[in-house]
Design a protein around this ligand. Sequence first.
Ligand SMILES: *Cc1c(COP(=O)(O)O)cnc(C)c1O
Length: 400
Amino acid sequence: MIPALMPTYNRADLAFSHGQGAWLFTERGERYLDFGAGIATSSLGHNHPGLVAAIAGQAARVMHVSNLYRVPEAERLAERLVAASFADSVFFCNSGAEANEGLVKLMRRAMAETGQPERYRVICCEGAFHGRTLAMLAATGNAKYLAGFGPAVDGFDQVPFNNLNALRAAITPRTAGILVEPVQGEGGIRVATPEFLRGVRAAADEFGLLLGFDEVQCGMGRTGKVFAHEWAGVTPDVLSAAKGIAGGFPMGAILATEAVARHLTPGSHGTTFGGNPLAAAAANAVLDVLLAPGFLDQVAARGQRLGALLAPIVAEFPDLFTGLRGKGLMLGLACAVPAGVMQAELRAHGLLVVAAAEDVLRFIPPLIVTEADLAAAAGMVRAASESLRVRHARPLPVSA
Ligand SMILES: *Cc1c(COP(=O)(O)O)cnc(C)c1O
């Protein structure tokens, strides 16, 4: 019989009753070190006092009024995001897919409003992940995700990631824009080279296209900058954020320059819940931490430290691991065994990570992770590697 909760996920048989910092606890009293952070979302970890107080306080005042009225908490949040980024204006919604939908609508609308309605197509990268709505499935372009859902929504072209020549060759008179993740998350923690991002910016300028960055996973401090594209020294015209933006409270955002944002006039786009007082209060509490002096430098340093702790283990177990890559607190451990096998072994040793494509395990801990947490995680990776090596006297299953 089908479970009451629709079975769209292969869930681990774990139910957490509470958390503290980077740790999660089950009813049975087991504790797990959470280096998945709800898929790079619980950016302040669990039970963060500032976030809890902001949500509880706002819930007691007013949670939701709709966008038919001013929302001071959202106005303040937007002003802070504008001050901290390339953007001049922000639209709030409720998820990453919804942010990307709005981003693509904005690109198309900007072209139509400037007399180029034939420009509606968006160039995306292979290995990308942009969400699960019908249009974002087409943007993602992954045959596995598209299967069974009818004809893919028209308007998206895929090119190999980090290949500027291929991207330039895909530009046609129908192209409106380019959508790139500066660090691919689901695709296996693949970092766009600074040269690629700069080349994409130059191509967009040369052909009069709009450049969009999907920073749903790599943004909001994850790499040690507010947004990952800052490392390459280029800016987009429009950007999507979500996941970590409100520390686990559902929220998405579209950030845009004035030249683009002005094309979404009243009535052209909307959302009932987006940017409501409760979500905005949560996101403001996240920004209080993220923008505090030194915090992002600490994220970068913790990322370096985690890399330095894991690198020797990767070198020591070449039968288990093939490499380590990423940026800041967004690291991918490439496995020589099926990622699910290693993930289960890590879980048995008390460490939660998230699998990605290409047999990569994502280490995406809360941004408030401590040095002690990093050391504990490395210890668990070593112990899991040793036990996996011992238990499989026979050759390990080789990755497909
Ligand atoms: C998770 C993710 C999305 C989709 O976000 P949802 O909130 O699940 O809709 C889009 N883009 C990227 C890069 C993501 O990691």
